[in-house]
Write a protein that binds this ligand. Structure first.
Ligand code: FEO
Ligand code: CA
Ligand code: CA
Length: 677
């Protein structure tokens, strides 16, 4: 059967779309694969550019031989004990017992874990503990988690569902603030007796709204070195249900953003589908509103700029049901409140240090399905934010602030994000083939000096309907750009393109007619100027099972790397070099649990992918936060047990419990810590 957004959810048996189970596709992306959101850009797709590049590299640099010499992968058993290294489950790295990793986080790569294993798997000499789970108290006075007594009021004070982006912000040696996104909800794993989304009560719908957003909790270091939650006045929830956000920047107050309840066009209730994020030089957190369209009942006759470009109808013209949220609140019905949807799809900023601060939605950074935003201070002092639009054939962006900060980010403040230029990327295969760069590219302005740079579109239209603006100027359609993050040491930018099954490949040099495993691009701004408009780029990783001859690991031998599929989040440690890459989709793509990998970026080890951990069955590895000096890695274990047909009392995962009698899994933040040598 084929599910559509307007039909009841269950049962779901064996149906997959692209790399995802029907459950993942439905809950996570609002059935994005069924919708028509393709770029109308006439620019050659990134696929075509990358194919040409790979072909040239293989020819000129002899990389074809490396790719063809795919090695045999060997299973590597590991100790199996709850909370310590877990079971290997199948194909794994051929790295043997070699130790890899940066100073403070040396490890022996684990074998890739079969997607049926419901266990957190970490390297030998490391142990793990959950810090906080869905439903745990966040705000002082919150009730303890009780699966059978959920309410919007309780959930608004408790840790939300499906934690994604994660930041652990130090407050001295023994205190820290944990900031986490809560991207979406799995109602079938939340509510006992769930039968279908259509049958959810308004109370349950409001509880789900409250389970979206972000959480802030204070941590203290426990006696064993692991962090634990400490009740604090800084404990705070931002929710989809009731938190007021201020719209700021050039589009704030626009007619496109006004509603009957907010004639100012500047005050929005709630944030939704917060996926990845980043920190700012002034200590706040940015978070991307991603697949926001799924909460709105569409209007086939409505504004085509939302209907077609942002996915309010599916490929058959069927109008989405918005998860039935309109039954609890009219603003989620596009017919009744046409502009409400325009108030979502932004980069939001929260200040975890000030519990009374009003969170912001930044219109200068454009509206699309924002994966996240990461910042770097350019040499000239401008703050530059890199951003991906995570939908097949959508685009890569950067924002350059008009105003500047002093050395070390001095003088940085939220208002820097209110004024600046928004650019979108166009990639070219043209480049200097005598270098190790694969091609060049151009940042095309969408806004410049406070004005629209797109013919036929006003400034407000460019910022509210940014996808249309990007397509109009010939931006390159990408293979779902997710996290985009600059290396704080070099300024080189790493772009995780998670996959694109619908990609039409051309040419024998790229044997990936449907990119099911994704790739990672390295972008270097020309002249090392993050404010500039020209860049060079290379493929760092072309992901997949190393036995697949189409994979590429920057020339590192394929028989000595871990399998890696569907890169999603990328992260750097403040003190040690190297890229950390987490994955979302490996269970479907390569039948392995999602993972966290470490990849050196320089020298002979460049491209050597080594698997650090695996999350339990049905889960995705999110929000890696690396603290090598502490010997700690933090990950958000998102949607454990998200497998077709799973229900409360019929789960396929009981994570983070080791007691299999537990009734349902709970998304959790986990600390992995070095405990041995
Ligand atoms: Fe929410 Fe792009 O992953
Ligand atoms: Ca993501
Ligand atoms: Ca993801």
């Amino acid at each position: 059967m084929t599910l559509t957004p307007s039909r009841p959810l269950l049962p779901m048996t064996g149906h997959t779309r692209g790399n995802r189970s029907a459950a993942t596709c439905h809950f996570k992306c609002g059935d994005a694969c069924l919708k028509a959101e393709g770029s109308t850009s006439t620019s050659p797709s990134f696929a075509a550019v990358a194919e040409a590049s790979l072909s040239r590299r293989n020819l000129l640099l002899g990389l074809g031989a490396v790719a063809a010499a795919a090695g045999t992968v060997t299973a590597q058993p590991a100790a199996a004990a709850p909370g310590k290294g877990g079971p290997g489950g199948g194909a794994g790295p051929a790295a043997g017992t070699a130790t890899v990793g940066p100073k403070g986080l040396a490890f022996t790569p684990i074998a890739a874990v079969a997607s049926t294993v419901d266990q957190m798997t970490v390297p030998a000499g490391y142990a793990w503990k959950p810090i906080i789970s869905w439903g745990d108290p966040v705000v002082q006075g919150a009730p303890a988690f009780d699966l059978d007594r959920q309410s919007p009021e309780a959930q608004e004070k408790q840790f939300g569902y499906n934690n994604d982006y994660l930041a652990i912000l130090p407050k001295g040696r023994n205190r820290a603030l944990l900031v986490s996104n809560h991207e979406y909800t799995n109602e079938n794993l939340m509510y006992p007796g769930f039968t279908s989304e259509e049958a959810l009560t308004p109370e349950q719908l409001r509880t789900s709204m409250a389970a979206h957003g972000l959480s802030v909790v204070q941590l203290r270091r426990g006696k064993d070195g692991f962090w634990e939650v400490e009740p604090s006045k800084l404990g705070r929830r931002f929710t989809g249900l009731s938190t007021e956000f201020e719209l700021r920047g050039p589009a704030a107050g626009s007619d496109l953003l006004k509603t009957a309840k907010d004639p100012s066009g500047r005050r929005v209730i709630g944030t939704l589908n917060n996926c990845a994020g980043g920190t700012t030089p002034w200590g706040t957190v940015l978070s991307g509103e991603e697949n926001f369209d799924q909460y709105f009942r569409g209007d086939a006759a409505g504004d085509p700029r939302n209907r077609d470009t942002y996915g309010l109808v599916d490929k058959d013209g069927e109008v989405g049901n918005g998860r039935y949220w309109y039954k609890a609140d009219d603003r989620f019905d596009v017919v009744k409140t046409p502009n409400e949807i325009n108030r979502f799809g932004w980069i939001v900023e929260v200040d975890p240090h000030d519990p009374r601060s009003t969170p912001v939605k930044h219109t200068a950074m454009g509206r699309f399905k924002h994966e996240g935003a990461t910042t770097i201070v350019a040499k000239k002092g401008n703050v530059v934010a890199y951003m991906g639009d995570d939908t097949a054939d959508q685009h890569l962006y950067k924002f350059v602030s008009r105003d500047r900060v002093g050395k070390g980010g001095k003088g940085g403040r939220s208002e820097l994000l209110d004024a600046g230029d928004l650019y979108v990327a166009r990639f070219s295969a043209e480049g200097d083939v005598t270098t190790d760069r694969d091609g060049t590219g151009e940042w095309i302005p969408l806004t410049k000096d406070g004005r629209s740079a797109v013919p036929g579109m006003s400034m407000e239209e460019v910022l509210v309907f940014t996808r249309a603006a990007a397509a109009k100027v010939g931006a390159t359609p990408m293979d779902r750009p997710e996290d985009v993050e600059p290396d704080p040491r070099t300024g080189y930018v790493y772009i995780a393109c998670t996959n694109n099954k619908s990609r039409k490949a051309a040419g024998p040099a790229n044997p990936r007619p449907a990119n099911k495993d994704g790739h990672v691009i390295e972008l270097r701004e020309q002249g090392d100027d993050a404010t500039g408009t020209r860049f060079d780029w290379s493929l760092l990783l072309v992901c997949g099972d190393p036995a697949d001859p189409t994979t590429y690991f920057s020339g590192f031998p394929a028989d000595a790397v871990s399998p890696i599929s569907c890169p999603d989040n990328v992260a750097f440690d403040a003190g040690q070099p190297g890229l950390w890459v987490s994955t979302d989709g490996a269970p479907s793509a390569i039948k392995r649990n999602d993972a966290l990998h470490y990849v050196p970026l320089t020298g002979a080890e460049r491209g050597r992918v080594s698997q650090f951990l695996a999350v339990p069955a049905g889960a995705e590895t999110c929000g890696p936060w690396i603290d090598a000096a502490d010997g700690s890695v933090f990950v958000n274990v998102q949607h454990p047990g998200e497998v077709d047909g799973a229900l409360v009392d019929r789960p396929v995962s009981t994570f983070p419990y080791t007691d299999a009698s537990k009734r349902t899994p709970r998304p959790s933040t986990v600390q992995v810590r070095r405990t041995g040598r």
